[in-house]
Design a protein around this ligand. Structure first.
Ligand SMILES: [Zn+2]
Length: 214
């Protein structure tokens, strides 16, 4: 478990290095035996270390000296409902958060949208941060095996079979959001038809050694 604690802390650093995570605005978790390991609440990302990662059991009981991230419910509920998911990354990265304030899905303006598991990336309905309502809304937006969604007026959620896959998807979705903002500033993006997105998803499923969750 020490190795996973370090991997969670390293993921925070990886996200910081790419400008996706700053201050205390984000959280990272990984599935662990009997529950999960998650970043603590209120600890600036510069100070997050393996020792500060909080262990939480499947019933929501936290162990250790620090309290878990205020969004622990979303993480725990995802692990309960999604056996395919081994890690969750949540950020307030700029472009994804900007688009979340429009409360609209990210349409199939680019084939890479299919990386998140659908023809679009949904925006979960707004609820106050840290509430069970927000967790329910996020799970609804992720229904159908989707691996990413926006949270209205809040940020981004990315899932993966492990931390490397989840952080890569968070980076990818943030890039897509920046591209969509740029395309809309220049004109009206053409949306790819459903048949094309289906073809792309089928290609992703067979491309590379672990393509389905990368
Ligand atoms: Zn947040």
């Amino acid at each position: 478990m020490t190795g996973t604690r370090r991997a969670v802390a390293d993921t925070v650093r990886w996200l910081m290095a790419r400008g996706l995570y700053a201050g205390t605005s984000g959280n990272v978790s990984a599935r662990a035996a009997g529950g999960m390991l998650i970043t603590p609440t209120g600890v600036p990302c510069d100070d997050v270390s393996a020792a500060s990662i909080v262990a939480m059991s499947a019933d929501g009981t936290a162990r250790g000296r620090l309290a878990p991230s205020s969004e622990w419910r979303i993480h725990l509920d995802i692990y309960r409902r999604r056996p395919d998911v081994g890690a969750v990354v949540h950020t307030h990265s700029t472009a994804a958060t900007a688009l979340s304030c429009l409360r609209q899905p990210i349409p199939a303006f680019h084939y890479m949208v299919a990386k998140a598991g659908g023809d679009d990336i949904r925006c979960a309905r707004y609820a106050t941060y840290g509430t069970a309502a927000l967790s329910r809304n996020a799970l609804a937006a992720l229904a159908g095996g989707r691996r990413a969604c926006l949270l209205a007026n809040h940020g981004l959620l990315a899932l993966g079979q492990d931390l490397v896959a989840a952080r890569a998807l968070a980076e990818e979705v943030e890039a897509l959001c920046a591209q969509l903002i740029a395309a809309r500033a220049a004109g009206r993006p053409v949306i790819l038809p459903a048949g094309e997105m289906k073809r792309v998803r089928a290609k992703f499923a067979t491309y590379g050694p672990r393509a389905s969750l990368r």
